[in-house]
Ligand binder design. Structure first.
Ligand SMILES: NC(=O)c1ccc[n+]([C@@H]2O[C@H](COP(=O)([O-])OP(=O)(O)OC[C@H]3O[C@@H](n4cnc5c(N)ncnc54)[C@H](O)[C@@H]3O)[C@@H](O)[C@H]2O)c1
Length: 311
């Protein structure tokens, strides 16, 4: 299968490229390297198992020049709540207008399948267990751009019959997460690499559902093959909520630094407090079950990094 992967040089994208190549598909990576790195995909491009096209998805004419493929996986975005608050026009441009360009490309080239990357951020601060039918009240510009993207996907799917599956990932972690847009685990890792204690914004009682990037890549792969419904959305998570305080303990134990004290700073506005879901729908329909536990995933992640042994 020939598949365009936008944002394929990024954190999630590069893991997905690896999985597609290992399953004998040919990915065409479309990325402007805003936060993604060419080094993440170089091996696959050099060995001609993937192709790289350096395009900005905001450039409509360039997007229209892309080749016809069997499917598109659209990951390219500015994946930062903080940046969406400091720079909303830019983030909206990439996440909403960029998505609309990709949808137009799918319509004009008669592409049959699109996987869209939404986010759990569309639910905002919903206190109860989230399901796919929970209210969507984003608290950040980022969440709002993802919700708009989903709505455009639904409209294009209804109007033009494109099979579109939207995944709403919760908190993804693992190797190659970009520093500028990194989630809490990568930020903890960066601090340890600088011989510094982890920083927690707020009291640390905020909860998240952390899912390993290898599990996420597998879910995207399953979504690519999902044909049952013309438009469908799935929460992508483990179903286990962990507070950032607990996470810090697991992390420091895995890094063998149990005595290191975490530092607390003022919480960031727009960032949700609790986030938990039961990923029943994705299990039933995509037959997806995450297999990497948080403890194992963090241990694996820590081992893959280099630490200063004097810490
Ligand atoms: N990491 C998470 O925890 C998380 C959670 C939920 C949803 N997501 C979504 O998953 C997707 C991938 O996120 P990630 O964590 O891998 O982030 P990332 O920043 O590593 O990847 C995004 C990629 O998009 C590319 N990109 C950005 N703007 C572009 C543009 N204008 N044209 C072409 N390419 C562009 C970047 O260069 C990068 O390679 C995003 O859509 C993000 O919103 C991520």
């Amino acid at each position: 299968m020939k598949v365009i992967v936008t944002g394929g040089a990024g954190f999630v994208g590069s893991h997905l490229i690896e999985l597609l190549v290992s399953n004998n598909h040919f990915p065409i990576i479309v990325d402007n390297l805003n936060s993604g790195l060419y080094s993440n995909i170089k091996t696959f491009v050099d060995s001609k198992k993937a192709k790289f096209i350096k395009y900005d998805i905001r450039n409509f004419n360039k997007v229209m020049e892309l080749p016809k493929v069997d499917a598109v996986i659209h990951l390219a975005a500015i994946a930062s709540v903080v940046e969406s608050i400091s720079n909303p026009i830019f983030v909206n441009d990439v996440n909403v207008n960029g998505t609309l360009n990709i949808l137009e490309f799918c319509r004009k080239k008669k592409i049959k399948k699109l996987v869209f990357t939404s986010s759990a951020a569309i639910y905002g601060d919903y206190e109860k267990k989230i399901t796919e039918t929970s209210p969507t009240i984003p608290t950040s510009v980022y969440g709002s751009t993802k919700l708009s993207g989903e709505q455009y996907c639904k409209i294009y799917s209804n109007l033009f019959g494109i099979n579109i599956t939207a995944l709403r990932p919760f908190n993804i972690y693992g190797p190659r997460q970009n520093d500028a847009y990194a989630g809490v685990i990568s930020k903890f890792m960066d601090r340890l690499n600088e011989n510094k204690s982890p920083i927690i914004f707020g009291d640390g009682r905020q909860t998240r559902d952390f899912i390993h990037v290898d599990d996420v890549a597998r879910a995207f792969y399953l979504a690519l093959k999902y044909k049952k419904k013309t438009f469908d959305v799935f929460n992508l998570a483990t179903g286990k909520s962990t507070s950032v305080n607990e996470l810090s303990k697991i992390f420091l134990l895995a890094a063998n630094k149990p005595k290191l004290k975490t530092i607390h700073k003022k919480s960031i506005p727009g960032v949700v407090v609790h986030s938990s879901t039961n990923p029943k729908k994705i299990k039933q329909n995509l037959h997806f079950t995450p297999i990497i536990s948080l403890k194992d995933g963090i241990t694996k992640f820590v081992k893959s990094q280099t630490f200063d042994s004097k810490l």
